[in-house]
Design a binder for this molecule. Structure first.
Ligand code: BT5
Length: 312
């Protein structure tokens, strides 16, 4: 979306505006204003012409302009109907120097989970990757990943689903199944930079939104299955707003994560690249490590796959 159209939308967020007012504020001719208004109509906005001026009376279902309209978060939106992976598109934008952008797609054809696992992402989901340029050392990145998990749970709860977090970042519902619940969403963070300062960080968030369970792998669920279809535009806006809030307040992330987590207090089995740790998960500590009480004493685990064990 070009800057003029973005400014025009932000003026409309304040209320109706006349052609001359718009021409004045945008510093373009009235004919050019009319062209921009027509372009917004082509994008799916309903714009009435009243005595008070032009007024937006209807917003398209989804897309860059629809998500940016009324969004209270410092991100622009790059929308695609179909993309291989929103993380890949985000990486491309990051390498071009674009930050604070949220890549959103209706479907992904080559999306990824952690450790090169595949991620199923048919049309109807919320597939989103945000590029940040945080002033952080690489060692603090796990905190941003937890922040993305917290933001995702917050958005799912606002949509009426009692989602919870399994360490580090699985968004689950209920407590059935091998994973300790059915998987509703997943998070993949990627970064580039030096040990003491990262150049960019991407938080990729995938939420199974308006999708039938039959289109998803076993053990997965969707918002459609749980509460019916959601308005994805509103959902993504809440998700991005919540993410921006968490990222701006890093000191609060761990506490919020503890509140949303189903892992703390559970007996767990964590597989890291070179060992397996079993014990009771007792806390999460900066920047996102799981503290496990084992027979041999307390262990601090920084990365791995965690399984909730059922009581025998
Ligand atoms: C994750 O990996 O949970 C991270 C998933 C991140 C996906 C987002 S979508 C937007 C952005 N663009 C991308 O390309 N990726 C991100 P992991 O913890 O490794 O879990 C992967 C496992 O979840 C797979 O091996 C499957 O078992 C399962 N799975 C695959 N697709 C799923 C889905 N749609 N819903 C639930 N589970 C799924």
């Amino acid at each position: 979306m070009n800057e003029t159209r973005r400014t025009l939308l932000s003026i409309f967020e304040e209320g109706p505006a006349t052609g001359p007012q718009l021409a004045d504020r945008l510093d373009i001719s009235r004919a050019a204003v009319w062209k921009q208004v027509e372009a917004l109509r082509d994008d799916g906005f309903s714009i009435d012409s009243t005595d008070a001026g032009y007024e937006i009376t209807g917003v398209p279902d989804y897309g860059a302009a629809a998500i940016e309209f009324g969004l209270n978060a410092p991100y622009t939106v790059d929308y695609r109907d179909s993309v291989s992976s929103t993380n890949d598109r985000a990486r491309q934008l990051a390498n071009e120097g674009t930050v604070d952008v949220a890549v959103v797609a209706d479907e992904q054809t080559g999306s990824r989970g952690r450790l090169k696992r595949s991620w199923t992402a048919p049309s109807g989901g919320v597939w989103c990757s945000v590029v940040f340029e945080p002033d952080l050392p690489a060692a603090h990145v796990p905190l941003v990943a937890l922040a993305a998990g917290v933001a995702t749970v917050a958005a799912c709860r606002e949509a009426g689903v009692d989602a919870h977090l399994k360490w580090p970042n699985d968004v689950l519902v209920g407590d059935d199944g091998e994973r300790g619940g059915q998987k509703l969403a997943g998070i993949l963070t990627e970064m580039e930079g030096e040990a003491d300062r990262i150049s960019w960080l991407i938080a990729g968030i995938g939420v199974n939104a308006n999708i039938d369970a039959t289109e998803l792998p076993a053990g997965a669920t969707s918002l459609r299955e749980l509460v019916g279809d959601v308005d994805r535009r509103i959902f993504v806006q809440r998700l991005l707003e919540s993410l921006a809030e968490q990222v701006a307040n890093p000191d609060g992330v761990l506490d919020q994560w503890r509140q949303y987590s189903s892992t703390l207090g559970m007996d767990v089995r964590v597989e890291t690249t070179n060992r397996v740790i079993e014990g009771r998960a007792v806390d999460v500590q900066f920047p996102g490590a799981l503290v496990v009480e084992t027979e041999a004493g307390e262990e601090v685990v920084h990365a791995g796959d965690c399984e909730h064990l059922r009581p025998t």
